[in-house]
Design a protein. Structure first.
Ligand SMILES: [Zn+2]
Length: 67
């Protein structure tokens, strides 16, 4: 699959990952562990939740396997 220029330059799904959301007490951003992309939500006084991602929620780029 060919990536568009927008997808290649997307700051949210490339390191260093830019925050998707920052609000008082909440931050949301993409993390990469090995070959697995996850959406991490960090909540103050609660902790982290991780949700596996197949596509970038911002640019729609396919994440994970490189075919
Ligand atoms: Zn992206």
């Amino acid at each position: 699959m060919t990536e568009t220029k927008e997808q290649q330059g997307c700051p949210y799904c490339h390191e260093p990952f830019k925050n998707l959301l920052v609000e008082p007490g909440i931050a949301e951003y993409i993390t990469l562990t090995g070959n697995i992309y996850s959406l991490t939500t960090e909540i103050a006084n609660f902790g982290f939740t991780n949700f596996p991602l197949s596509y970038c929620p911002c640019c729609g780029r396919k994440l994970g396997d490189h075919d």
